[in-house]
Write a protein that binds this ligand. Structure first.
Ligand code: NAD
Length: 268
């Protein structure tokens, strides 16, 4: 029998009570990791994810924290250390949209999105990096001292009218990830992003929950299928494992080709 690729490693997935985060938590656990399933407010979704993991023979705990609040992030990491002693993998997944035309966008909408999508990633990555540096490489577990995976978006490179706050947050995540990668590589910490395309989750239901909306969306996806959360879960397992040891400071787009400028397939 082969050893699961994340055997004995501890992972924390933020915003893991639904959508992509839930699938990533389940996939990491199936690959052998013990998983902290973070949720912002209601524990219901997170408890369901923990139950699913435990039913499959894995190990997980639900942890409440608003990732945009420093004191709550510190307490979340304390809870992970109390439960599992350390951390090996951080998946910075929590995110939200608050859409508006540019001229109507309020400062509150701008701040809410930047606080969660960008500042939240900074706060969690900083705490994880401190522990990775303190503990160093444990060769029995992984060649790296730790792995940080930032959930970005195709909108780190594709501008998005009506969503300036969101696109700015993901563009920020791209250079946060690369700058952390540059600074932390000497500690054998790997930092990468996943850039999902359109994935069927609660965040973007309006874009796929009617046949007309889905047909419209498919015009943007050369591979002609809307993504599902486990497409991202599988990519996260690979990026967190030593299978991708030499992959560092890059965004893996998992988007059915959405970043290929599909309009140019027939025009231009
Ligand atoms: P989702 O709404 O199901 O998941 C977002 C999660 O983040 C939710 O569980 C939510 O409770 C949590 N969250 C929000 N604010 C939080 C906070 N302050 N603290 C902790 N958790 C918080 O949507 P999703 O599509 O699964 O989104 C997950 C990530 O994937 C986001 O970063 C999103 O930007 C990114 N993404 C999604 C798509 C897509 O098509 N679904 C595409 C590109 C990128």
């Amino acid at each position: 029998m082969t050893t699961p690729v994340l055997q004995d490693q501890v992972a924390l997935v933020t915003g893991a009570s639904s959508g992509i985060g839930a699938a990533v938590a389940v996939a990491l656990a199936a690959a052998g990791a013990k998983v902290g399933v973070n949720y912002a407010r209601s524990s219901k979704g997170a408890e369901a994810v923990v139950d699913e993991i435990k039913t499959a023979g894995g190990e997980a705990i639900a942890i409440q924290a608003d990732v945009s609040k420093e004191d709550q992030v510190l307490s979340m990491f304390e809870q992970i250390y109390q439960a599992y002693g350390t951390i090996d993998i951080l998946v910075n997944n929590a995110g939200l949209q608050q859409d508006s035309s540019f001229t109507e966008m309020t400062l509150e909408q701008w701040n809410n999105v930047i606080d969660v999508n960008l500042t939240g990633q900074f706060l969690c990555a900083r705490e994880a990096a401190k522990e990775f540096i303190r503990r160093g490489v444990v060769p029995q577990k992984s060649c790296s001292a730790g792995k940080i995976i930032c959930m970005s978006s195709v909108h780190e490179v594709i501008p998005w009218a009506g969503h300036c706050n969101y696109a700015a947050s993901k563009g920020g995540v791209m250079l946060l990830m690369k700058s952390m990668g540059q600074e932390l590589a000497s500690h054998k910490i790997r930092v990468n992003s996943i850039g999902p395309g359109a994935i069927k989750t609660p965040i973007n239901q309006d874009a796929w929950n009617t046949p007309e909306a889905e047909a419209d969306l498919l015009n943007l996806i050369p591979y002609n299928r809307v993504g599902v959360p486990m497409d991202i879960g599988k990519a996260a397992v690979w990026l967190a494992s030593d299978q991708s040891e030499y992959v560092h400071g890059t965004t893996l787009f998992v988007d059915g080709g959405m970043t290929l400028y599909p309009g140019f397939a027939t025009g231009g």
